[in-house]
Design a protein. Sequence first.
Length: 572
Amino acid sequence: MTLPATGARTLAMFQRTKWMGCNVQPLLQPITSILGSYRCPQCATIQKRAATQNCVNRNRELSEYTSGRWLFNESIRLLERRLAFNVDELKKAAARALGRPATEVKSLLKLLEGGFNRVFEITMEDGTSILARLPYPSTRPRRLAVASEVATMDFVRAHGIPTPQILGYAMHDNPVGSEYILMEKLPGKPIGDAWVDLSEQQRLQVLYDVVQLEAKLFDIKLPASGSIYYNKDLEPGSPMLDIEGFGSKFCVGRYTGLRWWFGTRQDLKTDRGPHSEPLRALQAPAEKELAWIHEYGRPRYPFRRQHREAFNYEKQDPSVHTKSLQDYLHISPHMLPKNPELLRPILRHPDVQPNNIFISEDFRISGLIDWQHSVALPTFLAAGIPNSFQNYNDAESRSFSPPQRPTGLDPMDDTERSRVLEEYRRRYIHFYYLGFTQRLNERHWLALEDEMDILRRRMFDHAGEPWEELDKLTSLNTGGNTKTCPVSFAQEEAERIDALDNLHREADGDVENINDLIGIGSDGWTTNELFEDAKIKAAEIREQALASANDDTWLRETSERHWPFDNFDEED
């Protein structure tokens, strides 16, 4: 297998070359009519053991991750997703939620496994089915994530957003042995991978419905930024602000967004909201990162191993990032927009993408799923085109130019034709999302057309992200729009960071090409069917790359140590 040019450049070391069960058949027959019901005690014991083993195997299947494999650090990923729970008690909980006796439960099947949860379908004797979703032990924040998601789904349903009805949930210790959410099955089907196969008109219908639903969310009045809960689910003394119009049913409390709880951040005593003042919403993520650096910061290698070459394979000290976070806090008051409409807290779906959109046979949206980790933020921070629909890397899309349907497709080979059609698809999705937003969601459009919109959100996102290695805040500037900026950056330093950023972008692009070639995601995940083939391809690439080191011992040893498709220490 020969590497594509971009892959060879990166993969050649990122440096100079760039980169038990038993099957027992009972042998029991009636000896006489008198002994017809007799069963050999020894065989009965064997039967019992076999049934027990089958039960153990089945419970293991339900508790372990079986939907794919990882090319590297697989033991870590599997441990994160291993969840032992009481299957019979979950069946009982489902039956209670439907007002049925547990004896009416016909089956419990594992339906799917995502990044944070395992979903089961529980079916009754009459065919009625409901879903049970159990978060993995690694999913954070414990208890709060479940509490917020069920309240958020109930809250948005009350405002006309189609979501599954919650039938029951548990966030504390319970007989099931795990947190869980019981919910109805939505009508329709998720779009999923069929998104790219829909006709242009079908995609536009879905986009139109998405923007309409988003407009409903933008119209909801909230007292603060944070996440939504039932008042009754928060412990006494927890920070909360009631949401008007519901008595004391709903409130805004602490953020459940992942970056607030990632790794050891869950142990920090830091301000996680709610924030009634927009400035606090802007500043608190940076304060959280400063607190983490103070408590846990130490020199580390870049987590993304393809970035390590740019730093000569040396560990990076967090002190530079500390300085940038402090500068960000000084700048933050100047980042607030003047228009008060842009300061209003807005709740948005955390991940609007085809797998989370259910549609009917006429391609109308019948439901939105997966509201886990939802947060409300000031409009100027909550705004933005969903990642599945945006095409900001394309200059034509950034200029809001109507996309031109491609011509001259017939002479093209399949690869080139697919590339051109995909480029057009991304452009018109981006364009029509903006067009529908301009027409249907004035508040969102107001934020999107603000000249500082993207810059503000980039700075906010970088300030709250877990520290890696590149100080992205330093490379951002206001382009001269802030007259009284309280900090300044040396041009030489800004240019150095820009150069590093370009190197990282190039390395990321090359690794993405190699991931596609091997057939894995960015975390090394692939399907069970493709795993062995992916291992072979990765081994071939590794062999080629190491061979290119020739007699350079240092390059070969360094490349082997930092190879991007081998197991590695995620804390180093």
